[in-house]
Design a protein around this ligand. Structure first.
Ligand code: ADP
Length: 450
């Protein structure tokens, strides 16, 4: 059993990991930038180490500073949270070279899945259905145009190293191809240092369905059903739920097994998410995330498991604490991402919180690092909280979400809370009838937001 772990992250996810560790009797070390000296994760951890100035590149992304913090405090393992270094294969390698443990998959698995072309290729070979598209990278505009005709427009050009919705461009017709191809390459180069792109059929009415998988690194793996994350703005999720309103028990069992078998066969260790687009009853793999996802709590709610605890267990070489047969769904859960952003344009809105009150009561979980008087620094992303509700069924979860949003008080900065109040009043949201483009259309119509 680990005695002490270090959390290489900040905000709500750092608290999430500290809480799991504490319940397991494990000591925790927080790391922080100078901008985060007063942050909640620093207060809540057993120890903390300042690892650099505000800029993330010099603090939360500084591998030497994080390794040094481990050595100073005697932490034996590192949990990366999500974002920052969580999908950085080099980080995992350095951790292992220092005789420490990374709480997550191997460097090799991160490398394979981090490159979207290799990931797709691997998944295809493992029997996972993929979006029709190019076989690997597309090097020239001529090839891109030829493929556009072959696959049929619209198509999407994607940077193989892309993430967070960056490096993706849609070409509606052959005329769009030149611009889309060059822009996707340029975004790939400037954001991820890699201009390789590939092409996929652009699906016009899909839902975003992702399967939570979990492996022990010894050839055993399970799936924990799906999450529907179709309500997105600029390819970024804002509202997630489990189970998916459009997925049947048979479909879940079938696609879940395909994913669990695939990751078992590569001895995958820890939590992972296999993302699909789902249209007309078919699943199409788009990418795999080799980490804990922001939206993992909806899965925890309906399956009654602690995914972070499981991550720590398997990293220690212990078996998973459940088998596929132990995993049954109880009710329905919804998460909304609360960002410090000003509507209608979602402009980041850092600043001082003058009053904070978290909602409570039956079936309500608020994962947030806010407190009265806290100043949200301008240097990091704008997620300030996740409100997760759990009910016996979808209507109960929706009613509970409305009730909990009504109790939440965040004064001093603008937040995305009004968006969720408005969405709950929509018939399509109430009935679960939406695809990945629904929210963009709604924002355009209702907020004039393009
Ligand atoms: P990222 O790594 O940037 O998150 P993904 O490949 O996971 O990129 O795609 C993010 C989102 O972009 C998807 O949830 C979906 O909304 C949209 N998208 C990706 N591929 C396609 C496609 N082939 N057709 C239509 N939409 C797509």
């Amino acid at each position: 059993m680990f005695n002490k772990i270090l959390i290489a992250n900040r905000g709500e996810i750092a608290l999430r990991v500290i809480r799991a560790a504490r319940e397991m009797g494990i000591q925790t070390v927080a790391v922080h930038s100078t901008a985060d000296s007063d942050a909640m994760h620093v207060r809540m951890a057993d120890e903390s180490v300042c690892i650099g100035p505000p800029s993330a590149t010099q603090s939360y992304l500084s591998i030497p500073a994080i390794i040094a913090a481990c050595e100073i405090t005697g932490a034996e393992a590192i949990h990366p949270g999500y974002g920052f270094l969580s999908e950085n294969a080099n980080f995992v390698q350095v951790i292992e070279d220092h005789g420490l443990t990374f709480i997550g998959p191997t460097a090799e698995h991160i490398r394979v899945m981090g490159d979207k072309i290799t990931a797709k290729d691997t998944m295809k070979k493992l029997g996972v259905p993929c979006v029709p598209g190019s076989d690997g990278g597309v090097a020239t505009l001529e090839e891109a145009k030829r493929l556009g005709e072959e696959i049929g427009y619209p198509v999407i050009i994607k940077a193989t190293s892309g993430g967070g919705g960056k490096g993706m461009k849609v070409a509606q017709s052959a005329e769009d191809m030149e611009k889309a191809f060059h822009t996707a390459r340029a975004e790939g180069k400037s954001n991820f240092g890699n201009d390789e792109v590939y092409i996929e059929k652009y699906l016009t009415t899909p839902r975003h369905i992702e399967i939570q998988v979990f492996g022990d690194g010894k050839g055993n793996a399970v799936h924990l059903g799906e999450r529907d994350c179709s309500l997105q703005r600029r390819h970024q999720k804002v509202f997630e739920e489990a189970p998916g309103p459009a997925i049947s028990d048979e479909e879940r069992a079938r696609i879940g097994k395909v994913c669990a078998d695939a990751i078992a066969s590569i001895n995958y260790i820890g939590a992972g998410t296999v993302e699909f687009l789902y249209e007309n009853g078919e699943f199409y793999f788009i990418e795999m995330n080799t980490r804990l996802q922001v939206e993992h709590p909806v899965t925890e709610a309906i399956y009654g498991v602690d995914l972070v605890r499981e991550q720590i267990r398997v990293a220690e070489g212990m078996p998973m604490s459940f088998t596929q047969d132990d995993l049954t769904i109880n009710g329905h859960a919804i998460e909304v991402r609360i960002n410090a952003e000003k509507l209608p344009n979602f402009a980041p809105c850092p600043g001082r919180i003058t009053q904070y009150h978290a909602p409570g009561g039956l079936g309500v979980r608020m994962d947030s690092a806010l407190y009265d008087g806290y100043s949200i620094p301008p240097f990091y992303d704008s997620l300030i909280g996740k409100l997760i509700v759990h009910g016996r069924d979808r209507p109960e979860a929706l009613a509970r979400l409305g009730r909990a949003l009504g109790e939440l008080i965040v004064d001093g900065v603008d937040t995305t809370v009004p968006l969720f109040h408005a969405l709950l009043a929509e018939e399509d949201v109430q009935s679960g009838d939406y695809n990945i483009h629904w929210l963009e259309h709604w924002l355009e119509t209702n907020l004039g937001n393009a």
